[in-house]
Design a protein. Structure first.
Length: 387
C-alpha cells in the first residue's frame, strides 16, 4: 500500500514533469505520458515507492526531460507569429506519389496472400503472418505508408484541402486490417505529433476528447471480442490492465527476479522477450493474453545492460537528440524532413515504451532509411516540384 508521504512525493514529481512538458501532443508530452503510465503500473506492482524499479524509472524520466528542455530552449516558442507563418513545401512530389502507389500495390498483394487478419482467433498466428516476405510487407504497412501519410498531413495544414487526409486515414485502415490494433493508436499518435507542429492540439479539446473516447470504447469492444465469454466490465478491466500493468510487467520481473539468476549481455537482448516469458509463465496461455510479448521499457533494458549508469546515459542521449530534432522541426520548411524527423521522435517513444534496442535499430530505422533515402536518391531535377 502506498503511504501518504510517498503519494505526496509522486504528486509533486508529476506536477513538475508536466509543468515543464509542452502542452499539446508534442514529443515530450507524449513520452512523459507513456513513462508516467508505466511508472504508475510499476508502482502498483511494487506497492512501495523506494524500490530499484521505481528509482530507475524516475532517474530516466527526470534526466530525459531536463536534457530535452535544455537542447530545445532556443527554438521558436508556440504562439510566435513568425512560427505560424513558416511556409511548408512538398519537394520530390512525383517520387513520393510513385512510392505511395508502389506501396499500396504491395499491400494489395500482401492481403491477397495472407487474408484479412483483423478478427483472427489466433493472435500469435496473425503476428506470424505479418512476417510474410521476411518482414518486408510489415515494414511497408507499419512504417513506410505512415511516413508518406505524414508528408500529406503537412501539406494539408498548408493547403487546407481535406483530400490530403485520405492517405493518413487509409494508412490507419490498412494497419487495422492486419489485426495489429494497438499500432493503430500508436500511428494515430504519430499523425497527431505532426499536426501539433502546425497547430497546437490541446488534449482537453472537445473534438480530441470525443475521438479518444471513441478509440477507447472501440478498444474495449475489440477486447471483448477477443475474450468472447467476457462482459464489457471484464473487457474494460482487461484493457486497463493491458495499458497500466501488462506493459510494464516485463520490466518489473526483469529487474526484480530475472536478473538475479541471469546475466544479460548484448547477445541476449534479441531473445529476451521469449526468455522472460519462459522464465515467468512457461508455455502457458497467458503469453497470448499479454499480446504475445513482454515489454521491458528502455529504462529496464538500460539498467539490465549497465545499471544506473547506462540508464543515465540513455536518458541524456534520447533527451538531447529529441530536443534538437524538435528545434529543427519548428524551423523546417520541407514536408518530407518534418515527417521524417517526427517519425524519429515517434520511434523514440516506442523505444522508450518497449525497450528493445535492436528491434528499434533494425525495424524503425531501417524503415526510415528505406523511405527517406529512396525518395532522395530517386529525386532528380526533373521530379522536383511543389504541389
Amino acid at each position: 500500500m502506498i503511504e501518504g508521504f510517498d503519494f505526496f512525493i509522486i504528486l509533486i514529481l508529476f506536477l513538475l514533469i508536466f509543468k515543464l512538458s509542452e502542452k499539446g501532443f508534442s514529443y515530450i508530452f507524449i513520452s512523459n505520458l507513456v513513462l508516467s503510465v508505466n511508472f504508475i503500473g510499476n508502482l502498483y506492482l511494487e506497492e512501495y515507492f523506494f524500490t530499484t524499479t521505481n528509482l530507475n524509472f524516475l532517474i530516466f524520466i527526470i534526466l530525459h526531460l531536463a536534457f530535452h528542455v535544455y537542447f530545445k530552449k532556443h527554438s521558436i516558442v508556440y504562439g510566435n507569429s513568425s512560427y505560424n507563418k513558416i511556409k511548408v513545401r512538398l519537394r520530390n512530389g512525383k517520387v513520393i506519389w510513385l512510392y505511395l502507389i508502389f506501396f499500396l500495390m504491395l499491400v494489395i498483394f500482401f492481403f491477397s496472400q495472407v487474408g484479412i487478419m483483423l478478427f483472427m482467433d489466433n493472435l500469435r498466428e496473425s503476428r506470424t503472418l505479418l512476417k510474410f516476405g521476411s518482414g518486408l510487407f510489415s515494414r511497408v504497412i507499419l512504417h513506410g505508408i505512415p511516413i508518406l501519410a505524414g508528408i500529406f498531413i503537412c501539406i494539408y495544414f498548408e493547403r487546407k484541402n481535406k483530400y490530403y487526409l485520405i492517405i493518413p486515414a487509409l494508412s490507419l485502415l490498412i494497419i487495422l486490417l492486419t489485426g495489429y490494433r494497438g499500432f493503430v493508436i500508436w500511428t494515430l499518435l504519430y499523425f497527431m505529433m505532426i499536426s501539433n507542429r502546425f497547430k497546437r492540439i490541446k488534449i482537453y479539446n472537445a473534438k480530441i476528447g470525443f475521438a479518444l473516447l471513441f478509440i477507447l470504447s472501440f478498444s474495449v469492444f475489440l477486447t471483448k471480442q477477443y475474450f468472447t465469454n467476457s462482459t464489457y466490465e471484464v473487457a474494460a478491466s482487461k484493457f486497463i490492465e493491458r495499458v497500466f500493468i501488462s506493459n510494464v510487467y516485463g520490466y518489473n520481473i526483469l529487474l526484480n527476479n530475472y536478473m538475479d539468476t541471469h546475466n544479460i549481455g548484448v547477445t541476449e537482448v534479441s531473445d529476451l522477450p521469449s526468455d522472460l516469458f519462459t522464465y515467468e509463465f512457461g508455455s502457458g496461455g497467458y503469453l497470448v493474453d499479454l499480446g504475445a510479448e513482454l515489454t521491458v521499457t528502455l529504462p529496464g533494458m538500460s539498467y539490465a545492460l549497465g545499471g544506473y549508469l547506462l540508464t543515465v546515459l540513455f536518458a541524456i542521449f534520447i533527451g538531447s537528440i529529441s530536443g534538437y530534432l524538435e528545434r529543427k522541426n519548428l524551423n523546417s520548411t520541407d514536408a518530407l524532413h518534418i515527417a521524417v524527423r517526427t517519425f524519429v521522435l515517434f520511434s523514440f517513444i516506442t523505444l522508450i515504451n518497449r525497450g528493445y534496442i535492436f528491434n528499434f535499430l533494425t525495424i524503425a530505422m531501417v524503415s526510415l532509411v528505406f523511405v527517406y533515402v529512396l525518395i532522395l536518391v530517386s529525386s532528380k531535377k526533373k521530379f522536383v516540384h511543389h504541389v
